[in-house]
Design a protein around this ligand. Structure first.
Ligand code: FMN
Length: 383
């Protein structure tokens, strides 16, 4: 594809973020960019990665680098996929569908959010065998069962249940922006749209996004708080997870685990994988960064379940840091979102390319030609 936008001058995911910020109204940019309260965890996720050193080793033949990773019997081209992001079309129109297709084209996993702005059926078709479905367990058992049955019928074989939303995250930026879903066209929102006419035009063409999987349920919703009520899971307990394990015949992953005790219980209950995640710093501002939480979790599960890490991944080397500390795979959320915001499909592709090329380069630099061989011996100080 001809790079008319000059995206190849964007060297990093941070560059894509800066470009996205210039093209998107503040209220929509903040919806994705923001974190909980004073955003301490948002920053901490990234800072903690910086503290994990890998020591390069030389005189190893790295002329062929292999980034493939096999997970649940499926071999992916790279050891990272797209994390579930709700309401992403509010950030950039058609982002869900574009990223689902991109993940298929690049052969990496795409996780469709319960709260996506495109239906799970449409995303399953677009991701075509590379799609996983993320579930919020509703307080209404019929709603949960309805989503599970739809996910099954759509052909998903991997279900990722999110555990870390017992209460809605408090995101100060959204409160300041008086964010509502669907958007309310207040004078401030109109001004912001006028300052970003291309974004506004695309939105007019594609229509105001909403949480597509709950379309029927939310006909009566009048505020973002109403929408959130359906997505938060205050009553979700280990008993529910046991039932879910019995109900779902495919691979079951639990997302949002930070405590080694919880990780061990997930493994005891027969979960196929854990996503060590703090929701990208969107839930609490006082918890650990995921790369900090990871070693104790890896010890606690001792290989009994697959470990996936997300939150704060902005560099290919972050994925190596996670592997060296015990993760099998990684997910990136905002990195892909910023790519979409920077340049639509071409920007999403650029985000993948940046992470993948950085990963390949870093593997060469540490003298490990195959991603699968990265382990604790690459760490400067073994934790
Ligand atoms: C705008 C936004 C919406 C999100 N929506 C969901 C969601 O619907 N379900 C979920 O399990 N996680 C959700 N997450 C969390 C991501 O799946 C992932 O954990 C997080 O983005 C990883 O951090 P990163 O963005 O720094 O890569 C969301 C994150 C963002 C930024």
């Amino acid at each position: 594809m001809v790079d008319l936008m000059g995206l190849d001058r964007d060297a990093s995911i941070d560059d894509l973020r800066r470009r996205a910020k210039r093209r998107i109204p503040r209220f929509a940019f903040d919806l994705v960019d923001g974190g909980a309260e004073n955003e301490r965890n948002l920053r901490r996720n990234r800072d903690a990665f910086q503290e994990v050193e890998l020591t390069p080793c030389y005189m190893v033949d790295v002329s062929r680098i292999d980034t493939q990773a096999t997970l649940f019997g499926q071999t992916f081209a790279a050891p990272f996929g797209m994390a579930p992001i709700g309401m992403l079309n509010a950030f950039w129109p058609e982002a869900d569908l574009t990223l689902a297709k991109l993940c298929k084209a690049q052969n990496i996993p795409y996780v469709a959010s319960s709260a996506a702005s495109t239906t799970l059926e449409t995303l399953a078709e677009a991701a075509d065998g590379n799609g996983w479905f993320q579930l919020y367990v509703s307080s209404d058992a019929d709603v949960t069962e309805g989503l599970i049955a739809r996910a099954e019928a759509a052909g998903y074989t991997t279900l990722m249940v999110t555990a870390d939303v017992p209460a809605a995250g408090k995101r100060d930026r959204d409160i300041r922006n008086q964010l509502s879903v669907p958007f309310r066209f207040t004078p401030d929102v109109v001004m912001q749209c006028m300052a970003n006419p291309y974004w506004a035009l695309l939105n007019l063409r594609h229509g105001t996004p909403n949480v597509a999987n709950y379309a029927d349920l939310l006909k009566s919703a009048t505020s973002y708080a109403d929408v959130q009520k359906t997505l938060i899971t205050p009553g979700f307990t280990w008993e529910d997870l046991k039932r879910l394990r019995a109900r779902w015949k495919g691979k079951l992953l639990v997302k949002g685990i930070l405590h080694p005790k919880d990780a061990a219980t997930c493994a005891d209950l027969g979960c196929d994988g854990i996503v060590v995640s703090n929701h990208g710093g969107r839930q609490v501002a006082f918890g650990p960064a995921t790369i900090e939480a990871l070693p104790a979790i890896a010890d606690a599960v001792a290989g009994r379940t697959t470990l996936i890490l997300d939150s704060g991944i902005r560099r290919g080397a972050d994925i190596l840091r996670a592997k060296a500390r015990g993760a099998d795979f990684a997910l990136a959320g905002r990195a892909f979102a910023f790519g979409m915001g920077a340049g639509g499909q071409a920007g999403g592709e650029r985000a993948f390319e940046i992470l993948h090329l950085e990963l390949i380069r870093a593997l060469g630099q540490i003298g490990v030609p195959s991603f699968n061989d990265v382990g604790p011996s690459q760490l400067s100080t073994v934790p």
